[in-house]
Design a protein. Structure first.
Lengths: 107, 174
């Protein structure tokens, strides 16, 4: 189990929320509000722990869009469990007055 | 004397905002032209801190994201600087993880692979400047023939392959 900082929790939650086609670094950074200097070490750590796996985007898709291919990140089965825990932890750490209506904190 | 000072002051009041606007216009254009190239340069410098085994992956990933950032019309320089700091923080994690092993859950590298990576790392650590310049080789950064400065999103050739000629362009004999 990795060290569950707020940033790590946000990354895990973002991977459950965003459209799977947008699971690349820039989109995750936008969803979490993290800078790449924070995001990439977290993603590498999660990948090392086996909670996240990554693979290259389909080359044809990237060629059709006339851009370089992106690296897409995906939660593994343990990662999904960890993301559920992350949501609980993030909610617990957020003061009641700062939580959105409904009580749960999202990325 | 008062009239002279008045004229001088009026001229100064007129010239100052005009000059500032002109300088800003030129600076904006200059910034727009060299910012993407500088961002690429900073990102490539950051790659020198990434372990050799992982470097190709992060090169492609980061350059793709810099392109995306540029297409959105946002300044990529701050993003690249953050990547530079990120690469320093990434290094310890990546040194522990052989590429493509973490997914399978196997974190023990083969002895030969480990020795080769260690040797490359040692060489790399001793020659960071040379590593940086070798990163710059073949990017066309310093040798753009069309007068533009820097390498655009697809200037490196086909996706994932560096050094390829552009469409309709012949490869130079060098």
């Amino acid at each position: 189990m990795p060290r569950m900082t707020d940033a790590t929790c946000k990354v895990l939650l973002a991977l459950t929320k965003i459209n799977p086609q947008d699971h690349y670094g820039l989109a995750i950074a936008k969803a979490t509000g993290l800078k790449p200097g924070t995001l990439y070490p977290i993603l590498a750590r999660l990948e090392e722990e086996g909670l996240v796996k990554s693979d290259w985007e389909d080359l044809d898709e990237a060629s059709a869009a006339k851009r370089r291919r992106r690296r897409l990140y995906e939660l593994t089965a343990p990662g999904i469990t960890c993301a559920t825990d992350a949501a609980v932890k993030l909610t617990e750490r957020t003061p009641v007055w700062a939580r959105p209506t409904g009580g749960a904190v999202t990325a | 004397v008062n009239v002279f000072v008045g004229v001088l002051f009026a001229g100064f009041v007129f010239m100052l905002p005009t000059s500032v606007a002109l300088v800003r216009l030129i600076a904006d254009k200059e910034y727009a032209s060299w910012a993407p190239a500088l961002a690429g340069l900073i990102a490539r410098f950051g790659l020198a801190f990434i372990p050799v085994a992982h470097r190709e992956r992060y090169r492609e990933e980061w350059l793709a994201e810099l392109d995306a950032k540029r297409e959105e019309g946002q300044p990529p320089i701050f993003w690249a600087v953050s990547m530079l700091f990120g690469s320093i923080r990434l290094r310890p994690t990546l040194k522990r993880t052989p590429p493509q092993r973490a997914v399978a859950g196997d974190t023990s590298p083969a002895p030969a692979e480990e020795a080769a990576e260690e040797a490359a790392e040692t060489l790399d650590a001793r020659t960071p400047i040379r590593t940086f310049w070798s990163e710059m080789e073949g990017t066309g950064f310093w040798r753009a023939r069309d007068g533009s400065f820097g390498d655009g999103p697809l200037r490196d050739g086909p996706l994932g392959q560096r050094g390829g000629p552009r469409e309709g362009e012949e490869r130079s004999p060098e």
